[in-house]
Design a protein around this ligand. Structure first.
Ligand code: PXL
Length: 269
């Protein structure tokens, strides 16, 4: 029987992040990928590889959603970069139109090249309209601060606290990604799960860092791996363990490019 996973995310035209990474990850994990484009990002090689960002019009997002959900019985979706309050509005409406078993949110607030805080209305809309619909959310350090209201995350205790605060906004699980932002020799991700009685459990997933440079597509690969594993029936805990393993292998086998950063190779897992 075919397992399906759906993604609503942006295209990053080099194939190193976004929608393309999501579909590659799904395919690599034996899951049939279905996708709706929310925006198109084209790096500008003449201008420091900055982001040229183009939203997809709301009615075109709704049409894609209609086509995808009429074609297959989809119950597992990943949400990637949305980018504007208008896009967030239509995606929230689409998501609310049917039940889901798993809604994995990679809360992409800013990309490399954007100023933090430049899009406060987008951050607020994401927190108010999409986060409550998510079952699992995968913020990096900056996103975890923005969503939780904590000023900074200095270590695992802060990551657990941020995860708890974020779960109180709707999701049953938050995975706070330490990445290269967390000092120390290890790349640490902390899973916080909210139990039905309102208590929390937490678990840290740690592997030695592979360099101190950010690798493009790591966050997308991580959330897409969780999504595919959940679609295949894994628990959240096991889905996170699989995702960590995939990202570690994909970073070790990274692809070099003319950009100032390398990109994850999904073929490595
Ligand atoms: O890696 C975050 C990300 C997600 N989605 C799109 C992007 C980026 C970063 O460049 O362009 C479309």
């Amino acid at each position: 029987m075919t397992t399906f996973a759906y993604v609503i995310a942006g295209s990053e035209a080099t194939g190193g992040a976004g929608f393309q990474v999501d579909l590659k990850t799904f395919q690599q994990m034996g899951v049939y990928g279905v996708g709706t484009l929310s925006c198109i990002v084209a790096f500008d090689p003449k201008n420091g590889w900055g982001h040229r960002f183009h939203p997809v019009p709301a009615d075109l997002i709704a049409e894609q959603f209609e086509a995808a959900t009429a074609t297959y019985d989809l119950d597992t979706v990943k949400i990637g970069m949305l980018g504007t309050p208008q896009t967030i509005d239509i995606v929230a409406k689409c998501l609310a139109s049917q039940p889901w078993k798993n809604v994995v949110l990679d809360p992409v607030l800013i990309c490399k090249g954007q100023e933090p805080g430049a899009a406060l209305d987008t951050d607020t809309a994401l927190r108010e309209k999409i986060l409550p619909l998510a079952t699992v959310v995968t913020p990096n350090n900056f996103e975890a601060c923005t969503l939780s209201g904590l000023p900074e995350l200095k270590g695992i205790d802060d990551m657990v606290e941020a995860g708890k605060r974020i779960c109180q906004l709707g999701p049953v699980a938050a995975v706070v990604k330490g990445g290269v932002d967390l000092p120390g020799p290890d790349a640490v991700d902390v899973l916080v799960e909210r139990k039905p009685d309102g208590t929390f459990t937490s678990e840290a997933f740690s592997v030695p860092k592979i360099g101190e440079e950010r690798v493009s597509g790591a966050g997308c690969t991580f959330a897409a791996s969780i999504t595919a594993a959940l679609a295949l029936g894994a628990s959240v805990r096991d889905a996170v363990a699989t995702a960590k393993d995939n990202v570690t292998k994909g970073i070790k086998a990274r692809v070099h490019a003319h950009t100032p950063f390398d990109t994850v190779w999904q073929g490595a897992f």
